[in-house]
Design a binder for this molecule. Structure first.
Ligand SMILES: [Zn+2]
Length: 428
């Protein structure tokens, strides 16, 4: 009898099969192309606003792929779609994985879509491999992540987090006056084969794959980003009130020029937020002038400040100076400073970050830890269960853009890591 393991047989002969071995990169790529047809723009991008006909078609296509594998498909009262593979303990809290299928008005093929399709690919890989899992695994596509049809964004995951808030969100209207509630009803009507399910529910863990939407992975030649957290955001709305006056007759000393004051404020704020390490994100993204006429001294200006940072102490110390800087620079106008958003930074639990990192290392994929600059649905799931994210590179970091691009090999790599990570979580 020989008990000796033959050391020359190599790892291939003894290594047990992993879920990642069953990920089909070609199928995953083809599905991105198929999804990109729904809402395709002339410039190779995608316009698929939440709960429009295009977005509902995308839900339908996801449901078709899922049904072909006999996975259960359901949709809740805010339009989130779930694809479920049963576990051996059907009462156990499921592992959730996914992202969103809606896009910006001039979005790309990968933002959000990748996280949903990678999740489905991972689920199919686990299924093809024949792994039984203790916990059910659910692929999820969250409603209205982008927030460009209905404000605020990440609506689906927000409501999943706090179902009691459902009614408050259903009455939100788009620019055409259509309520989110009516749009969800239309989605249910358009997709009668998708069964309805109750809103919310326990979650064991959530993992979201996403393109990085920044340049770091590409710059450092890494395939997998183990995301450590999401930076915090503070957003302000500033209104400067001056007085309309004739541009030809009103001397400087008599003017209440709201634009002149607003420009001084922005200049001072840029100095305040200047960071030589370039970690601070400070943006004046909207700037409106009234009456916006060449011969009138501007009587009113409105602008926004979007400020993000991974450290809550910095968010506090810099953000708390906005009002006083505006006040100091208001000249003889008056100023009104309103904070409209404050989201604290999130730090994903170490065990999920480490699981992503380890899975990547086992697959021989170059990996690094990275913080997310953008907001994601994961920031809502974070409050429900251990949550993490997997980033893959996108070309030059370009996103929210029709030119958004990614490499098939990188998308495959991310799905392989995801498959191994969720398989482990589903057996906890
Ligand atoms: Zn996204």
């Amino acid at each position: 009898m020989e008990w000796q393991v033959n050391p020359t047989s190599g790892p291939q002969a003894t290594k047990p099969k992993a879920a990642s071995d069953y990920v089909d990169g070609q199928r995953l790529w083809q599905r991105h192309l198929d999804m990109a047809r729904l809402g395709a723009t002339g410039n190779g991008g995608v316009r698929r606003l939440a709960l429009t006909a295009e977005d509902n078609e995308a839900r339908g296509l996801l449901a078709t792929w899922a049904a072909n594998r006999n996975f259960d498909v359901s949709m809740d009262a805010i339009g989130n779609v779930f694809v479920r593979r049963e576990g051996t303990d059907s009462h156990a809290a499921p592992v959730l994985t996914g992202s969103h299928l809606d896009s910006q008005p001039t979005g790309g093929k990968f933002d959000g879509t990748y996280g949903v399709l990678a999740a489905l690919e991972a689920l199919e890989a686990i299924d093809t491999a024949g792994f039984k899992t203790r916990r059910p695994i659910e692929v999820v596509s969250w409603t209205n992540e982008e927030g460009c049809r209905f404000v605020p964004g990440c609506t689906g995951s927000l409501v999943y987090r706090t179902p009691a808030d459902l009614q408050r969100y259903l009455v939100i209207k788009d620019v055409e006056g259509i309520s989110l509630g009516d749009a969800v009803r239309a989605a249910h009507a358009a997709l009668p084969t998708i069964r309805q399910r109750p809103l919310g529910g326990p979650v064991w863990a959530f993992v979201e794959a996403h393109i990085e939407q920044g340049p770091e992975l590409e710059r450092q030649a890494k395939t997998i980003g183990a995301v450590t957290g999401i930076q915090g955001t503070r957003r302000f709305e500033i209104t400067v009130h001056g007085e309309d006056a004739h541009a030809g007759t009103t001397p400087r000393r008599a003017r209440k020029d709201a634009l002149s004051a607003a420009v001084a404020m922005v200049a001072a704020l840029e100095q305040l937020f200047y960071d030589k390490e370039d970690t601070v994100r400070f943006t004046v993204g909207r700037f409106e002038v009234w009456p916006n006429a060449p011969s009138v001294v501007p009587g009113k200006v409105f602008f926004t400040i979007d400020f993000r940072h991974p450290d809550d102490a910095v968010l506090t110390s810099l953000g708390d100076q906005v009002a006083s800087i505006c006040e100091t620079n208001r000249k003889n106008s008056t100023v009104d400073v309103k904070q409209v958003i404050r989201t604290p930074p999130i730090k994903f639990p170490e065990r999920i970050v480490a699981a992503v990192e380890l899975a990547a290392q086992r697959l021989g994929l170059p990996t690094m830890r990275i913080a997310s600059g953008a907001a994601h649905d994961a920031q809502n799931l974070f409050h429900l269960a251990p949550t993490g994210m997997i980033f893959v590179p996108c070309e030059k970091g370009i996103s929210h853009n029709e030119r958004e691009n990614a490499q098939q090999a990188d998308l495959t790599a991310g799905a392989r890591v995801l498959a191994d990570v969720i398989l482990d979580l589903a057996n906890e």
